[in-house]
Design a protein around this ligand. Structure first.
Ligand SMILES: [Zn+2]
Length: 49
């Protein structure tokens, strides 16, 4: 059961290694990028809808 409001996570795929990267919406909005577990930076498009 989801019990959090502002900590929703989104999933994106790293364009370099295709790993799934999970990032909170709050962090995505703040940084506009996510960190792939393999060290790549994943730019986040405006898909936060
Ligand atoms: Zn990667």
């Amino acid at each position: 059961m989801p019990s959090k409001d502002a900590d929703d996570e989104i999933e994106v795929r790293c364009p370099e290694c295709d790993a799934v990267v999970r990032v909170t919406v709050a962090e995505a909005e703040r940084t506009n990028k996510a960190k792939c577990p393999n060290g790549h930076e994943v730019p986040l498009a405006k898909a936060l809808g």
